[in-house]
Design a protein around this ligand. Structure first.
Ligand code: NAP
Length: 463
């Protein structure tokens, strides 16, 4: 038998470290010999949960079947794995310390024969050591979020900034795994039935959040609830609403207020339309779904959200090239361009989100943009862009990363507002033409408040 032990100093709470290490779906992030992991049992990670690991050592691929024999958060877990000619027992023990915790990792490996163990020992030792170092890097204290000189310059030069929107840009950012947890926190996600919203819902449910998922398609909402229950044991609540319709957005807000107001609201639902059309209340559709509905939800839930809460508005890098037309918010003049209407609406949401952050000292209100991610929305609304850019697009998980990080990280609560991309704060304007002066923002706020005012006051009347 080969026995290896490692002691890992972690700058995080014991609970986060144990969950991260024992949920073997995280293994490919810190053990390079593991190429894929699937959880084979339904429900939350805990005693009895089983995983199938696909490993690669040189040319050799192997399957390992693991089971969690004991799971006692926040301090201990034991896992046992079996494969062709190999048995592994991993003992994880966590001790709280002043600055975080110490994680003790003990691995016992049995191979077919003792001579094989003698032969393989140096190689196994090297691999386990490498994994322990990577686990230590994953568990160290989070670093402050900042945009370096290169990032500032890239933003100012626009094109190099946009090159970072790609999958390759995400990989170059070398972001640490998200180890933080959301146990018991109530998180609302709009537009959770597809793309980035769905990826965020899965990631947050895996980290223990209680979710309310808002969408317009009951069948797809129910399918997601089922998936979340199987994947992580999360029992998500459905709020069905077509957010283009402010009447339904208002009802969704009231429903979400009924029980406990959320700690986090992720305003993710959004759309880009090829042609101008109007919502049931006569608003231009891009304005209605990308600005009016999220503002209405923000203004409904924000004042009731607990201190330290966060609102995360999913916007778009497209807003950087799109100045606002304060005299034509409904895009009634000129030839309609869907990308321009979309960029303008996202800019409105960003600017007024910042305003709300100033008015509500108990909350952080962030805007984040995901870069370019391959989602059903992009495939549908920008087919030519999708065809050409496909190899460069992020996956939905990468696109949702900053929203998930803002929902969970200390930085998401400490910095009260910002425009975030790949977990770093970015300027709201990179071109002088998009800059708004304070009186213009006042005027914009006034116009938008007039547009959504009747629905906000109908809530006051209902309450
Ligand atoms: N993917 C990117 O590269 C990218 C880039 C910049 C910004 N964004 C932003 O990221 C967010 C998510 O986009 P995505 O790419 O994941 O697109 P997606 O796959 O189309 O997902 C959008 C989500 O919003 C929901 N939604 C749309 N209209 C709605 C309505 N009227 N009422 C209720 N829900 C509605 C959709 O519901 P259904 O499932 O019923 O359609 C879907 O769940 C959007 O705000 C988008 O503007 C995305």
């Amino acid at each position: 038998m080969i026995v290896l032990e490692h002691r890992i100093a972690a700058g995080r709470p014991a609970r986060e470290c144990l969950w991260y290490a024992a949920d073997f779906r995280n293994l490919p992030q810190w053990d390079t010999s593991v190429t894929a992991v699937e959880k084979m049992t339904e429900g939350a990670v805990g005693s009895g949960a089983r995983f199938e690991l696909r490993t690669r050592n040189g040319m050799r691929e192997q399957l390992l079947h693991y089971e969690i024999l004991r799971f006692s958060p926040p301090f201990a877990a034991t896992l046992r794995g079996e494969g062709d000619g190999v048995t592994v027992v991993d003992e994880i023990r966590v001790e709280a310390t002043d600055g975080g915790c110490t994680l003790h990792w003990r691995v016992e490996i049995r191979l077919r024969s003792t001579w094989l163990e003698t032969l393989a020992r140096p190689w196994i030792q090297r691999n386990v050591q490498r994994a322990a170092r990577a686990l230590e890097r994953a568990l160290r204290a989070p670093e402050p979020a900042r945009l370096g000189f290169g990032g500032h310059l890239a933003d100012r030069l626009v094109l190099p900034g946009a090159a970072r929107f790609t999958r390759q840009g995400f990989q170059a950012a070398r972001l640490a795994p998200i180890v933080e947890r959301a146990d018991g926190q109530h998180i609302v996600i709009t537009g959770a039935t597809s793309g980035l919203g769905e990826a965020a819902a899965i990631a947050l449910a895996r980290r223990g959040a209680r979710l309310s998922i808002v969408g317009r398609d009951g069948q797809r909402l129910r399918a997601l609830v089922k998936h979340l229950r199987v994947d992580s044991g999360c029992r998500a609540r459905i709020v069905e609403a077509d957010l283009l319709d402010l009447e339904q957005a208002t009802q969704a807000g009231q429903q979400l207020l009924q029980d406990d107001p959320p700690e986090v609201l992720i305003n993710n639902a959004g759309a880009l339309f090829a042609e101008r059309d109007e919502s049931p209340q006569g608003f231009e559709r891009a304005l209605a779904i990308n600005a009016l509905a999220p503002l209405l939800l923000m203004d409904t839930l924000g004042p009731a959200m607990p201190s330290g809460g966060r609102i995360i508005n999913v916007v778009s890098g497209g807003m950087y090239l799109t100045p606002l037309r304060l005299d034509d918010l409904q895009y009634r003049r000129g030839r309609y361009d869907g990308a321009t209407a979309y960029g303008r609406a996202k800019r409105i949401l960003t600017v007024l989100g910042m305003r709300r952050a100033r008015a509500w000292p108990h909350l952080a209100v962030h805007a984040m943009h995901p870069g370019w991610a391959d989602t059903p929305g992009v495939r549908r609304s920008l087919p030519a862009f999708h065809r050409v850019m496909r190899p460069l697009l992020r996956d939905a998980e990468q696109g949702a990363d900053t929203a998930v990080w803002l929902a969970l990280s200390a930085a998401g609560a400490e910095s009260r507002h910002g425009v975030w991309f790949d977990r770093a704060p970015h300027p709201i304007d990179v071109l002088p033409s998009t800059r708004l002066r304070s009186p213009q923002i006042d005027a914009l706020d006034g116009q938008l408040s007039t547009l959504i005012g009747p629905w906000l006051s109908s809530q006051g009347a209902a309450a």
